[in-house]
Design a protein around this ligand. Structure first.
Ligand SMILES: [Fe+2]
Length: 486
């Protein structure tokens, strides 16, 4: 982990590394066709790779946190060996208000919220929809990690169609990391917030109507980030990372990790009431992302990327951004929970030691047993870099790695199943990769069966894709179905 000279100079000058280099926002929305390809775009790889992430339109007052920026979607549509790239901001209410004022009206999570417009939202923060994106009922749904309004986006044009209210049946906000069960077409989500019951859970039908909604009572305000589903259950999290009540009284947003408080995982039948939830205690921990969950006899298996509590930074940081930079050090390792529905016992097993995160599996297996997960490997310097992809074989306990190369950093890499696939890894992985030396981005396509062989195709993009968060793959037949319906 070498201290980067350019970043060092910038930090000393008070600049924010999360607004520089591969993190710097872009200020144009473009459509680009007939893109240069090195290698080939496989003819059986047809569909849409779309990724969400922060891209602040205006400079904000105070300290900028990477999670603050306005959501922007970057999509590449692959069809018959050709590629079309498109990027669009998500037209949130907050972005609209900023544009009307021609300036940033909100400050970020690291600053006092009392400066922010009092728009009636429960957090008094700008709801950016910048975190996650899923395809459901013919549209993309963009979601925010602090639980906000889900925004509906046209998958082909990336135009924001409005807030998704599920035909008037939505009763809550929606957190990032809802799940789509591709076998039933249902969309399962949770909401969380600062007031009792602190969490709720719901199920949306394949045609976009909330069919089930229930409060889930927690002991206090928490910061859950993800959930998991099986064929019959959903798993919700009560982790001992809490919103510090003292800071909240002062209008600040600070988090407190309670080292002696067990983590709790709540197993609820898919259409169960909040009162039916069964809580399983586990060692205190924090988790950003689940890999998957599934039923195995009397047990539920849930694989996650379990956060390692931060140790001393390799280079002690000082200055106003130190706490933000330290907080953003993502360090997690693959970990398995088994929840026994008969005995109520929890079993915990570490599966690897390396720092890997942003797990992706074949989306058709969400809630069913998966053999493979494709994670990005994390290199924490001043900022977080995704320097490669690790493919884990959970059946054999082996793994295989592809490194993007010196100065090249990737994005979350969804799996695209090959039509007629005969094996779980018969398909492709896609990642937007930023090349720091050339200050340029490209789409890298890997064969998921043999990722360490390197790209089968690289699509050079005319515009940099800033480092970002979550992505999904929408197969062409699902896009076709959406077009026919429209
Ligand atoms: Fe996330």
């Amino acid at each position: 982990m070498v201290r980067n000279d350019a970043l060092n100079v910038a930090l000393d000058a008070g600049e924010n590394p999360y607004l520089m280099g591969g993190y710097a926002p872009v200020d144009t929305e473009i459509v680009a066709e007939d893109l240069q390809v090195i290698g080939e775009i496989p003819s059986d790889l047809n569909g849409l790779y779309v990724r969400n992430g922060p891209n602040p339109k205006y400079k904000t007052e105070g300290r900028y946190h990477w999670f603050d920026g306005d959501g922007m979607l970057h999509a590449i549509h692959l069809r018959d060996g050709t590629a079309t790239y498109r990027n669009r901001w998500i037209r949130t209410d907050g972005l609209g208000a900023d544009e009307a004022a021609n300036q940033a009206l909100w400050r970020g999570v690291a600053e006092q919220r009392t400066h922010n417009p009092d728009d009636g939202s429960r957090l008094r923060l700008k709801d950016t929809a910048n975190t996650d994106v899923l395809f459901h009922n013919g549209n993309l749904i963009a979601m925010w990690y602090l639980a906000g309004e889900p925004y509906r986006v046209d998958p082909m044009t990336l135009e924001t169609l409005g807030k998704e209210d599920w035909q008037g049946t939505r009763q809550s906000c929606v957190s990032a990391h809802a799940k789509v069960d591709q076998h039933t077409g249902e969309f399962l989500f949770f909401d969380y917030g600062p007031v009792p019951p602190y969490m709720s859970y719901g199920v949306v039908s394949p045609d976009g109507v909330v069919r089930h909604f229930t409060p889930v009572e927690l002991p206090g305000a928490r910061m859950p980030h993800d959930m998991a589903i099986t064929e019959r259950y959903s798993i919700l999290m009560d982790l001992p990372l809490v919103v510090d009540p003292e800071s909240a009284k002062e209008g600040r947003h600070a988090l407190l990790f309670m080292r002696d408080t067990p983590a709790r995982f709540g197993v609820i039948p898919r259409y169960g009431a909040g009162t039916e939830i069964r809580w399983f205690d586990a060692e205190p921990c924090y988790i950003y992302h689940t890999v998957n969950a599934y039923e195995d006899g009397d047990e539920i298996v849930m694989d996650v990327c379990r956060f390692r509590p931060p140790g001393p930074a390799p280079v002690p940081l000082t200055g106003p951004l130190a706490s933000i930079l330290n907080y953003l050090r993502l360090d997690a390792f693959l970990y398995r929970y088994r929840f026994n529905l008969v005995t109520g016992e929890t079993t915990e097993t570490p599966l690897d030691e390396r720092n890997t995160e942003f797990p992706m599996i074949d989306a058709a297996l969400i809630g069913r047993q998966n053999r493979y997960t494709y994670n990005v490997s994390i290199n924490n310097d001043f900022t977080m870099y995704f320097d490669g992809i690790v493919k884990y074989d959970m059946e054999r306990g082996t793994d295989e790695r592809y490194e993007f190369g010196p100065g090249r950093y990737g994005s979350e890499a969804p799996f695209a199943r090959r039509p007629g696939a005969r094996a779980e890894d018969d398909g492709y992985l896609m990642s937007f990769v930023y090349d720091a030396a050339e200050d340029r981005s490209e789409l890298v396509i890997l064969d998921a069966a043999t990722p360490s062989d390197g790209p089968v195709g690289r699509v050079l993009l005319p515009q940099r894709v800033p480092n970002g968060f979550h992505a999904c793959w929408v197969p062409e037949d699902q896009l076709d179905a959406a077009r026919i319906r429209a």
